[in-house]
Design a protein around this ligand. Structure first.
Ligand SMILES: Nc1nc2c(ncn2[C@@H]2O[C@H](COP(=O)(O)OP(=O)(O)O)[C@@H](O)[C@H]2O)c(=O)[nH]1
Ligand SMILES: [Mg+2]
Length: 300
């Protein structure tokens, strides 16, 4: 019998490099929400992949970023940094040919991590002049020791299988940590709220998504149908109007798209109802944040 390897692999990097897209590609399901806007991911989310001889538990994180003034931003940075305390492998995700000060910050944070770090250079599908890739990778590889450097494209799956093999080899010999059929530790209730937030993030204009959050009031399984009641919290009356849209059109579209994704992920019919409510200043109030589920991760 071959030895089984198992462990945690963190997907770390600045916002928008494609960490959540990569997680979904690796797991083959839309577990973690994605969008072109930074700070889409607000929670640490686990995606479990059981291979014949290894179990990789991916840890998707909010991007490490600089704007750290608001309570929500501070929370996101803490959540991302704290995973370094327990993961076996770090996959540092960067965007191919693009290097920013925020990448530099992440590199500094990784200095404290003693375990193996794999560099994943994502979005290679965007590169027209392929000869520029090698110098870019070589330059990054000179900045610290990497177990491996893997160029890939999460969007179409290019070379993603190679990354998976690299990670599996770096995990410690250990029995699986989760049952092999388990895909995540997140509840369906949580995933439902996230899918609604994804649609809002994608459909609303630039600034508004940061001012809202989603709370699931009811999540009731009725056999082949699941009934979901969701509250969308915004910070001001004017924002409420924007979320609802002309004659309710925006909210209807958000609900339609979110319901379709929920049905695909849960494998059942979903009946979704949404309401919009105003709670002033939720994103800068630590107490309100906790009540909306932004609990600090364990520090052990
Ligand atoms: N062209 C291209 N776009 C990508 C790729 N991976 C992710 N993206 C896009 O980059 C944006 C940010 O992705 P997301 O996964 O939310 O990034 P995160 O903030 O690091 O989790 C989204 O618009 C994705 O569709 C890729 O391999 N190629
Ligand atoms: Mg993300």
């Amino acid at each position: 019998m071959t030895a089984t390897r198992a462990g945690y692999a963190a997907l770390l990097g600045r916002p928008n490099v494609g960490k959540s897209t990569l997680l979904n590609r690796l797991i083959g399901q839309k577990l973690s929400i994605t969008s072109p806007k930074p700070q889409t991911t607000r929670h640490v989310i686990l995606g479990i992949q059981t291979l014949p001889d290894a179990q990789i538990v991916y840890v998707d994180t909010p991007g490490l970023h600089r704007r750290g003034r608001q309570a929500l931003n501070r929370y996101l940075n803490r959540a991302a940094a704290s995973v370094l305390g327990y993961v076996d492998v770090v996959v540092w995700v960067v965007e191919a040919l693009r290097w920013t000060e925020e990448d530099e910050d992440v590199l500094h944070r990784l200095a404290d991590f003693a375990g193996p770090v794999v560099l994943a250079a994502n979005k290679v599908d965007r590169i027209t002049d392929k000869s520029r890739l090698l110098p870019f990778l070589r330059d990054l590889a000179s900045r610290r020791n990497f177990s491996e450097v893997v160029p890939l494209a999460a969007i179409n799956g290019d070379n993603v299988a190679a990354l998976e093999q690299v990670i599996a080899r770096l995990l410690p010999a250990r029995d699986p940590l989760f049952p092999e059929e388990q895909m995540t530790t997140a509840s369906e209730r949580f995933l439902a709220a996230e899918l609604i937030r994804e649609k809002l993030t994608r459909l609303l204009r630039e600034e508004l998504p940061y001012a809202l959050t989603v709370e699931i009031e009811h999540f009731v399984d009725e056999g082949r149908l699941t009934r979901v009641h969701a509250l969308i919290w915004v910070e001001r009356e004017t924002q409420k109007g924007i979320v609802i849209g002309e004659k309710g059109a925006m909210l209807r579209e958000v609900g339609r798209q979110a319901r379709k994704d929920m049905e695909r992920l849960f494998g059942r019919k979903v009946f979704l109802q949404t309401w919009v409510k105003v709670r002033e200043g939720w994103s800068d109030d630590e107490r309100v944040l906790r009540s909306l589920g932004y609990a600090d991760p364990p520090t052990s």
